[in-house]
Design a protein around this ligand. Structure first.
Ligand SMILES: [Zn+2]
Length: 187
């Protein structure tokens, strides 16, 4: 697919960028230059970039612009699997800043991923309040919020009004009322 906005380059849905054959004027007349596959480099933030006609551009932006369309106002790029250098089209999407932060938290790449509380302020350093299956994979997910979300789903189905934060804090109190397991015991 042709790179929109810059003449002379192709980008593939696998994230490859190449220059097209072109001719340049020399003192001895026009000369044909063969296109070549560009070698992307790390832009210092883990993203791959190439230099097109003197401009440094991130490869993910080229892939999305070419195959999806121009960046919507305010949109950021989400790498679905969290790998910033994976610029296959199927790994990319334009997304809102909020979606991007949620994605980064999911992948543990967000600056605050190691924070000690969940977004509702519940502890995530107390092992009792961690979703065990997630904790085994090294992720700290708030158990109180997790339980509250499934409880609220059934309340919603039943048409009962609910307050997710209140439900979650009730669960947190229950969870923390259980004595802490011995160090080294299975959580
Ligand atoms: Zn929580």
């Amino acid at each position: 697919m042709r790179v929109p906005g810059v003449d002379g380059y192709d980008v593939s849905d696998a994230g490859g960028v190449r220059s097209l054959d072109r001719s340049i004027e020399t003192v001895r007349g026009p000369r044909r230059l063969r296109g070549r596959v560009l070698r992307p480099y790390d832009d210092g933030h883990g993203y791959l970039a190439v230099t097109l006609s003197g401009r440094i551009v991130r490869v993910h932006a080229l892939v999305l612009t070419a195959f999806v369309g121009p960046r919507p106002p305010g949109a950021q790029t989400c790498h679905d699997n969290g790998v910033r250098a994976d610029n296959r089209l199927r790994n990319l999407a334009w997304c809102t800043p909020t979606e991007n932060v949620a994605d980064q938290l999911r992948h543990g790449t967000h600056a605050h991923a190691r924070r000690t509380v969940c977004p509702r302020g519940h502890t995530t350093t107390d092992r009792r309040n961690l979703v065990a299956a997630q904790a085994r994979r090294g992720r700290r997910s708030c158990l109180a919020c997790d339980r509250a979300r499934s409880r609220v789903r059934s309340l919603r189905r039943a048409g009962v009004p609910y307050d997710l934060a209140a439900v979650a804090s009730t669960y947190l109190a229950e969870i923390l009322a259980v004595p802490e397991p011995e160090r080294g015991a299975a959580a």
